[in-house]
Ligand binder design. Structure first.
Ligand code: SAM
Length: 264
C-alpha cells in the first residue's frame, strides 16, 4: 500500500472513530453518525406493491373434498355474465358430492345453472330451495342493490335451466327480496346455504345473517364472488377480522371466487 493511500485510510478511520466515540456526548457527532449509517445501510425494501385486499386464509378443493371424476354436470361451459365459472360449478358440485346435503338453500337463482348442478350431485331425496328477486320488485328492495347487477334481476324467466328437467322435482322456487323474505320455516334445517344474490355490502351482511339462521350446526355456507365484487370482499373481510369466533374458519377456496364456512 502506498503512503498516500495509507494516509487516506488512516484519516477516514480516525474520523469515524472520533464520531463514534463522541456521539454519546455530542449532538452534532450523533447526527453525523446517523448520516454515515444512512449512507452505508442497504436501501429499505420497496413498498410499491399494493396491500393484499383478500384477508381470508386460503383453502382449496383438494383439502375440502375427495375428488370424484364421475360427477354429474350440465351446462358447465354454457356460462357468461351472472354465472359461476366453469371451474366453480365443478368445485360446488364436488363439495355437494362430498357433503351430501339433504337440505340446500340458494339465495339468487338467476338461470338456475348452479341449482341444477347441486340437484345433480346431492342425494336423491335432497330438497333445494332457491330464492330470486322478481323484476317487478326491483324498485322496492329493502336496501339498494348495485346498478350493475340489475340486469340479472331483469330477466324473462328465473330458473330456466332446471324447468322441465327430470330433477326439477328436487327444486322449490321461491320469490322475494332476500332481506325481507320470511325464512322462519327453514331455520336450523339447512345442510348447505349458497349466497349469490345481491353483491351490495349491506345485502351480503343481511344474507349472511339469514344464512346463519338457516344452517344447522355443522352445516356449510358458501358465498360466490369474494374476489369479484367489492361488497362481498369487504363484508367477508370484516366478518373474518371482527374476531367473532363464528367466522374463525371462514376460508377462500383458492382458484375460485368462493368463500366457505363450516358452522360450528
Ligand atoms: C349472479 S346471479 C345468481 C347466479 C346463480 N346463483 C348461479 O350460480 O347461476 C344473482 C341473482 O340474485 C338475484 N338477486 C339480486 N338481488 C336480490 C335480492 N335482493 N333478493 C333476492 N334475489 C336477488 C338476481 O335476480 C339474480 O338472479
Amino acid at each position: 500500500m502506498n503512503t498516500a493511500l495509507f494516509t487516506l485510510y488512516l484519516g477516514v478511520f480516525k474520523r469515524i472513530a472520533r464520531t463514534a466515540a463522541l456521539s454519546p456526548f455530542d449532538a452534532q457527532e450523533r447526527h453525523r453518525l446517523g448520516e454515515l449509517y444512512a449512507l452505508y445501510s442497504p436501501p429499505a425494501p420497496s413498498s410499491d406493491l399494493p396491500e393484499d385486499p383478500y384477508k381470508l386464509p386460503k383453502t382449496d378443493i383438494l383439502e375440502l373434498a375427495q375428488l370424484d371424476r364421475n360427477l354429474l354436470l350440465e351446462g358447465v361451459n354454457e356460462c357468461g355474465f351472472g354465472h359461476v365459472t366453469e371451474f366453480e360449478v365443478k368445485v360446488i358440485s364436488q363439495l355437494v358430492n362430498q357433503l351430501q346435503p339433504r337440505r340446500i338453500f340458494e339465495i339468487g337463482t338467476f338461470q338456475g345453472r348452479t341449482t341444477l348442478n347441486m340437484a345433480l350431485n346431492s342425494p336423491a331425496d335432497a330438497q333445494i330451495v332457491t330464492l330470486d328477486l322478481p323484476p317487478s320488485e326491483l324498485s322496492q328492495t329493502q336496501m339498494q342493490i348495485e346498478k350493475t347487477e340489475e340486469m340479472y334481476v331483469k330477466k324473462a324467466e328465473s330458473g330456466e335451466r332446471f324447468k322441465g328437467h327430470p330433477l326439477a322435482s328436487k327444486i322449490t322456487q321461491v320469490f322475494g327480496d332476500s332481506a325481507t323474505y320470511d325464512y322462519s320455516r327453514y331455520h336450523n334445517q339447512m345442510d348447505l346455504v349458497f349466497i349469490d344474490g345481491s353483491h351490495a355490502y349491506e345485502y351480503v351482511l343481511s344474507d349472511t345473517e339469514n344464512a346463519l339462521r338457516l344452517v344447522r350446526k355443522g352445516g356449510t355456507i358458501l358465498w360466490h364472488d369474494y374476489t369479484n365484487w367489492e361488497g362481498v370482499r369487504r363484508a367477508l373481510n370484516d366478518y373474518y377480522q371482527s374476531g367473532n369466533p363464528v367466522f374463525r374458519n371462514l376460508r377462500h377456496i383458492g382458484g375460485t371466487s368462493i368463500a366457505v364456512l363450516t358452522v360450528s
